[in-house]
Structures are given as C-alpha cells and as structure tokens.
Design a protein around this ligand. Structure first.
Ligand code: FES
Ligand code: FES
Length: 164
C-alpha cells in the first residue's frame, strides 16, 4: 500500500492508504478528524469541504493521492490559521457565524464555514452574486443567515487588516 505525507492542520501526517481512498475517509476513518461531513459523496452538497493549500475542495471526491505533499486544513484547524492565534481564538468567519446564530442542525456548517473562509481569502469584499456562487447545500435552509454572516465576516476581516 502506498505511503502519503501531507500537513494536516499544521502537523505532519504520514499514512499508508490505497491511492484511490477519498480524502474524506482518510480524515474521518484513518485520522479521526470528524469536522468534515459526508452528505452526498458526489461533489454536490459540499458538506465535506476542507482546504488544500488554502483553496476549498470536496474531500469526498478527491483521492488521497492528490493531496500528497500538500497542506490540508479542516474546520478543526481553521482558527489556528489566524495570525497570532492562541487558545480561544476564532476565525472571523466562525465569529460571524456565532454573531448571526447561523447553524440549525449544524450538519452542513463546517463545509459552509470552510467554503466562506476560502472565498474571503480570495475575494475580501464579495458581491451578492459572488456569494451566490457558493453552492453548499443546507437542508435546514439557513441560507439567509449564511449570507448575513458572510458579509459580517468580510467586515471583521477588513477591520483586522486595517488594525494590522
Ligand atoms: S459529501 Fe462531498 S460534496 Fe457532498
Ligand atoms: S444547518 Fe442543518 S443542514 Fe445546514
């Protein structure tokens, strides 16, 4: 069985795995990282969204062979990506999600937050049309609060940039 090495939430990881095992199952079953969720397995619902080198990707549809040597971040490691992060630090997207009390059942929310964090890293002030490009499914219908929280997260990040 091949060996793969990558960085997971800032720590080096080495695993032996079939080359076609999807990253979602590497994270959940081999590494016990359960933030990314299984919804469809078809790159449709985006409940499984994590970051590879800062970009959002569907872990359910990506074989582990494609992340070899890359930097993977899950919801568990998102806050630690904030410069100067310490115990209790939240990523601005997480802070905005709390302020707007976004989750209902919560199942889709790790993916929603990871997708939003990746968007705001690329597009600091997204338009409504750009926000609508996010296609993550929420079966509880929290879309209105998600939109408001994305705008709030953009504000928080702009404030952090001006303070920094
Ligand atoms: S579980 Fe990955 S896109 Fe649905
Ligand atoms: S909060 Fe329940 S699926 Fe989105």
């Amino acid at each position: 069985m091949p060996t793969y090495r990558f960085t997971l939430n800032g720590s080096p990881v080495t695993i032996d795995s079939p080359s076609d095992l999807r990253v979602l199952w590497v994270l959940r079953d081999l590494l016990g990282v359960n933030g990314p969720k299984y919804g469809c397995g078809l790159d449709e619902c985006r409940a499984c969204t994590c970051h590879v080198d800062g970009r959002a990707f569907a872990t359910c549809s990506t074989p582990v062979s494609e992340i070899d040597g890359h930097d993977i971040t899950t919801i568990e490691g998102l806050a630690a990506t904030v410069p100067g992060a310490g115990p209790g630090t939240l990523h601005p997207v997480q802070q905005a999600w709390l302020e707007h009390d976004v989750p209902q059942c919560g199942f889709c929310q790790p993916g929603q937050i990871m997708m939003t964090a990746a968007l705001l890293a690329q597009v600091p002030e997204p338009t409504d049309d750009q926000i609508d490009q996010i296609r993550n499914v929420c079966r509880c219908g929290t879309y209105f609060r998600i939109r408001e929280a994305i705008k709030r997260a953009a504000e928080l990040m702009a404030r952090d940039r001006s303070d920094g």
